[in-house]
Write a protein of this length. Structure first.
Length: 151
């Protein structure tokens, strides 16, 4: 049976939390991260290796990515989907060459993910992300590519 390892999501240099700060969390041995690229862009091997080098330099492993965003053209089955599928395959191959073993992904329509509050206070004084359906109407519809469906 494989050993369970504790990982922490880090939004690379855009994150307000540094790798040094994360290193103070007991038991965290892995960083879960991603490149800040548009959905459909190829993840260059050199950029992946640089991210891995940054993570490894602080004593962490980089074996898990979240996420290689899936371009909406693939989700909608548009004629340009084949190009984006090839880009996705190339990105997965580059991640494998860099030693990444797990890629978290989603095929959610319209949004990769959405929260209406990234710093919602909890009862214990901590903060978490939050989603309130009633707040979704405040997002300008011109930012939506496919449209919002009420399920």
């Amino acid at each position: 049976m494989s050993e369970i390892k504790m990982g922490f999501r880090w939004f690379n240099s855009d994150d307000n939390i540094s790798l040094q700060q994360i290193s103070q969390i007991p038991q965290v041995s892995q960083i879960v991260s991603a490149l800040n690229l548009s959905a459909g862009d190829v993840w260059p091997l050199d950029a992946i290796k640089q991210l891995k080098k940054s993570i490894n330099s602080q004593g962490f492993e980089f074996k898990v990515v979240e996420s290689v965003n899936v371009n909406d053209d693939i989700k909608a089955g548009l004629p340009t989907r084949d190009e984006y599928i090839e880009n996705y395959i190339t990105s997965l191959k580059n991640l494998s060459l860099a030693g990444v073993e797990v890629v978290c992904y989603n095929f959610m329509p319209v949004f990769d993910w959405i929260r209406t509050n990234l710093r919602a206070p909890s009862n214990d004084g901590s903060f978490s992300m939050q989603f309130k359906k009633s707040s979704i109407t405040s997002i300008p519809t011109k930012t939506l590519r496919v449209g919002y469906r009420n399920y």
